[in-house]
Write a protein that binds this ligand. Structure first.
Ligand code: PLP
Length: 395
């Protein structure tokens, strides 16, 4: 018998993963080229050449005990210093190695920081639509996820509701920018307002409310849009970064947390995050990948390929009459369901070998998410099938 609180989690286990498995099943029947799988955010753009070059250079030239051994739980000092310097160059910050904890991707980083700050029964807020795994990450530490309803006009956070929903039990707020699933980039104006509300509530309740910025998609931004660096706007900010999408390395599990000195009790927080990494069983972020990341701080995936996909899918669906906000970042399109129940849209799409994810997964029913980190041909070839699905839904 498994743990009681796992029963529900297994049952509701990621709809996205189920869709992905369904895609594999359909591919076996119809051939992969005839299945249009927009379910999973698994990058189809190759890791930049610098990654393999760095791996080769490291394994050929560094001592193997050093490459493969344990190190401080927070990660290699020189790697953390290199990460800090690169952030300082890009965002005019003043970090050093002590502000960086290397993590097992963004997921590892979020679990580490929640373990660090959360007491059971405390609340963590986020804005719908949101990455559904936050529910599980918060539940892991006995917290309660409080979801602010969506603003479906432009999908910027609904800040009036947010202000009303903050309580003395609010310990943290997670924002994800650029956003999964909408592709929207929260603007500087939004961030300033968000920070002002949080400042006000901290003073009112005499509590600390941490802003956790989950940023795996920071480098995937289009049309020159600026993605604000949140530590500049609010002192109690912690950044969770990942190389999963920025270097197309999701299977390698590498990222980092930034804990600035401005955060309340920063020294305790840094020490506790390092211990949290260890006691959650990560022990430390993957050793070789830490060294690779340090050598690839300026490397970039081919963002133009995602941009081309974005334009093709957005224009193609708009031409068919679908409603959708044009994404400015990440690699997702959040499309309004033409029928009230978006599950019906997902099922009709599946009949046409198209796999898409229902919005309820992201706390936003009535919409579906399409991950366009697929080949360009998949997008072009999917459009006639979307047209058939549209017809079936009376569009
Ligand atoms: N946060 C968001 C918003 C994501 O979309 C993802 C992955 O898709 C993650 C966190 C987890 O990323 P990682 O692979 O770095 O753990």
């Amino acid at each position: 018998m498994i743990a009681e609180n796992m029963v529900g989690m297994v049952k509701s286990s990621s709809v996205i993963r189920q869709m992905f498995e369904e895609g594999n099943r359909l591919a076996k029947i119809y051939g992969a080229e005839n299945v249009y799988d927009f379910s999973l955010g698994n990058p189809n753009v190759a890791a930049p050449a610098e990654v393999n070059a760095a791996i080769k250079e490291i394994v050929d030239n560094e001592e193997s005990t050093f490459i493969h051994g344990y190190m401080s739980n927070a990660g290699y000092e020189d790697v953390r210093e290199a990460v800090a310097e690169s952030l300082n160059r890009r965002f005019e910050t003043k970090f050093n190695a002590s502000n960086i904890v290397m993590t097992v991707g963004a997921a590892g980083g979020l679990n580490t920081i929640l373990r660090t700050i959360l007491n059971p029964g405390e609340q963590v807020m986020t804005f719908a639509p949101f990455f559904g795994e936050y529910r599980n990450y918060v539940a892991n530490f006995g917290g309660e996820l409080v979801v602010v309803p969506p603003n479906t006009v432009d999908f910027q956070p609904e800040l009036n509701e947010f202000e009303k929903m903050i309580t003395p039990k609010t310990r943290a707020v997670i924002v994800n920018n650029p956003n999964n699933p909408t592709g929207v980039v929260y603007s500087e104006e939004t961030i300033k307002k968000l920070a002002a509300v949080m400042d006000k509530k901290q003073k009112e309740y005499k509590t600390e409310i941490f802003l956790i910025s989950d940023e795996p998609y920071r480098e995937l931004a289009y049309d020159g849009v600026e993605v604000p660096y949140l530590t500049k706007y609010y002192d109690n900010t912690i950044v969770g970064y990942s190389y999963s999408k920025s270097l197309s390395l999701p299977g390698e599990r590498i990222g980092y947390l930034v804990i600035p000195d401005e955060v309340a009790d920063a020294d305790d927080m840094k020490a506790a995050a390092s211990v949290a990494t260890r006691i959650l069983g990560f022990v430390n972020a993957p050793s070789l990948m830490q060294r690779v990341a340090a050598k690839c701080l300026d490397a970039k995936v081919n963002v133009e390929a995602y941009d081309k996909n974005r334009t093709a899918l957005y224009n193609g669906l708009k031409a068919l009459g679908f409603e959708c906000i044009k994404p400015e970042g990440a690699f997702y399109l959040f499309v309004k369901s033409p029928v009230e129940d978006e599950m019906e849209f997902c099922n009709i799409a599946k009949k046409h070998n198209i796999l898409i994810v229902p919005g309820m997964t992201f706390g936003c029913p009535g919409y579906v998410r399409m991950a366009y980190c697929v080949s360009y041909d998949t997008i072009v070839n999917s459009l006639p099938h979307f047209a058939e699905a549209a017809k079936e839904m009376g569009m």
